[in-house]
Ligand binder design. Structure first.
Ligand code: ZN
Length: 157
């Protein structure tokens, strides 16, 4: 089992709601455990803004400039074959930021695949389409990123 954690620790979690006054703060005491998702993953709640979220796993869905929702939206737009410039227009996020996110997604392709299927409800076909599109359209992927994507796709087929 790779990197399985013993116990999720509220002190290590932080609010992922960018509009919250305690957004991104660790150990501020605003995060409490809040039951589990059906898949067994720990849920947390921010007492400051009442938002509920899944435990952070150092994934690309946390600790960036964009909110988790925005990154998920980028994934959805990629599935629908929107390129970086199209995403820039639709979401009004600068293409460099979008590009960084896509590279980060690729770098963590296995984790991202897992998250999108288990937590967001993507199908394997959708994730596959997303990665194929990224590989075809993103010219600056490193060999490492392509390898990560290939391993992610191989992991669930
Ligand atoms: Zn909050």
């Amino acid at each position: 089992m790779p990197n399985s954690k013993l116990e999720a620790d509220p002190q290590k979690e932080f609010c992922s709601n960018p509009n919250c006054r305690d957004y991104g703060k660790r150990g501020a005491g605003n995060i409490v455990k809040y039951g589990h998702y059906k898949n067994g993953r720990q849920r947390f709640k921010c007492k400051t803004c009442d938002s509920v979220f899944v435990e952070t796993k150092n994934t690309v869905f946390y600790n960036r400039k964009l909110s988790e929702d925005q990154i998920i939206m980028i994934c959805k737009l990629l599935v629908e074959k929107n390129g970086i410039r199209a995403i820039e227009r639709i979401m009004e996020i600068h293409r460099d930021t979008v590009s960084d996110v896509v590279e980060d997604l690729a770098r963590h392709a296995r984790e991202v695949t897992d998250f999108l299927i288990k937590n967001v409800g993507f199908t394997e076909v959708q994730v596959d389409e997303m990665w194929s599109f990224v590989k075809k359209n993103k010219r600056t992927l490193t060999r490492e990123m392509v390898t990560q994507i290939d391993m992610a796709i191989a992991g669930y087929t």
